[in-house]
Design a protein around this ligand. Structure first.
Ligand SMILES: Nc1ncnc2c1ncn2[C@@H]1O[C@H](COP(=O)(O)OP(=O)(O)O)[C@@H](O)[C@H]1O
Ligand SMILES: [Mg+2]
Length: 312
């Protein structure tokens, strides 16, 4: 099932002076299937928070429609099934972690005689049981985010929106948060994650969308996005640069990477096979041909550059 569907959303934050109006999203369409950890990535100001706020009814699209659970987002009853951890959130600092959860349970109308048990379960999930009775003003940023994650789960939502959940958290704290997100996923939750921290997202997301200046520039699995279809690593016995002419080396951008291993860059499958024929004709024994991968971060930077070059 598609848990989120947006159809050509445009959001303009208008201002009395037209030159100061900001287009935060442009014709943005996206569908997200349930049960995934989905990452929305983009540099600061790309429009990520705006999208989440639209889906949650905190702000409204200028044009376009969106659905949650197959129903128009204007139906506020849908929000009972939604959890949310905003960016840069603040909890009343005179409350303890346990009291924060009880406060948010009341705000989300979670009215159950089992509330205390639910709070203890969530504290356990986010590994904060020890700190239940400590005031949040004494928490580190990572602990604050962990209580924030517990808060987003209090009403047992089907989908949880997390806006930059690991921003400002140290590496160990980030790892703890990633583990909690995976636990949440294993409980059958869909997680929609906004982040500008790519190396993090790569480790836990099933699919990602890359957003720049309000436009969707790429969508797919991390695997799809990071596989460079045109670059291959070839491993073969008897392979060395000396078996290629200068012309061939430059045409296929042949690069030695190790003993009996080279990298080649081709335009298409046809050309890859031409290159393999060439190797076979020179009695080279092929062991493997692998498409090359780059990190999400490298791909992200090249996609953002590409989209900026197109504009100019
Ligand atoms: N309430 C607002 N009024 C005017 N402009 C806004 C408002 N909220 C966000 N913006 C602008 O919209 C753009 C997208 O912002 P945002 O959605 O917060 O991006 P991100 O979360 O990707 O950093 C930015 O240029 C930001 O300055
Ligand atoms: Mg944001």
């Amino acid at each position: 099932m598609n848990i989120i569907e947006t159809d050509n959303i445009t959001k303009i934050y208008s201002s009395l002076s037209k030159s100061k109006s900001v287009t935060a999203l442009r014709d943005f369409s996206l569908t997200v299937e349930s049960g995934l950890v989905y990452g929305l990535l983009g540099p600061n100001g790309a429009g990520k928070t705006t999208l989440v706020k639209i889906l949650l009814g905190i702000t409204f699209p200028t044009l376009g429609n969106a659905k949650l659970f197959g129903e128009d987002i204007s139906n506020y009853k849908l929000r009972k099934k939604v959890g949310y951890l905003p960016e840069n959130h603040r909890f009343p600092n005179y409350l303890t972690g346990g009291e924060v959860l009880s406060y948010f349970a009341k705000l989300s109308c979670y009215d159950s005689p089992n509330l205390e048990r639910r709070i203890d379960e969530l504290l356990e999930l986010v590994k904060m049981t020890r700190w239940k009775k400590t005031k949040v003003k004494n928490y580190s940023k990572g602990m604050m985010q962990r209580i924030g994650l517990a808060q987003s789960m209090i009403n047992d939502p089907e989908i949880i929106f997390l806006d930059e959940p690991t921003d400002g958290v140290d590496p160990i704290g980030r790892k703890e948060i990633r583990d909690i997100l995976l636990d949440m996923k294993n409980q059958g939750k869909t997680i929609f994650l906004n982040s500008h921290l790519l190396s993090e997202v790569e480790l836990i997301t099933d699919r990602v969308a890359i957003l720049n200046e309000g436009k969707l520039i790429r969508e797919g699995t991390v695997e799809d996005i990071t596989t460079q279809k045109e670059e291959f690593k070839i491993s073969a016995d008897g392979l060395s640069l000396s078996i290629f002419s200068e012309e061939e080396t430059s045409k296929f951008k042949v690069r030695k990477i190790d003993e009996n291993k080279i990298n080649v860059r081709v335009e298409n499958l046809e050309e890859l096979n031409m290159f393999i024929d060439l190797l076979r004709n020179r009695s080279v024994k092929i062991r493997s041909v692998e498409p090359q991968k780059s990190t999400l971060e490298e791909m992200f930077i090249s996609l953002i550059h590409e989209s900026e070059n197109k504009k100019s």
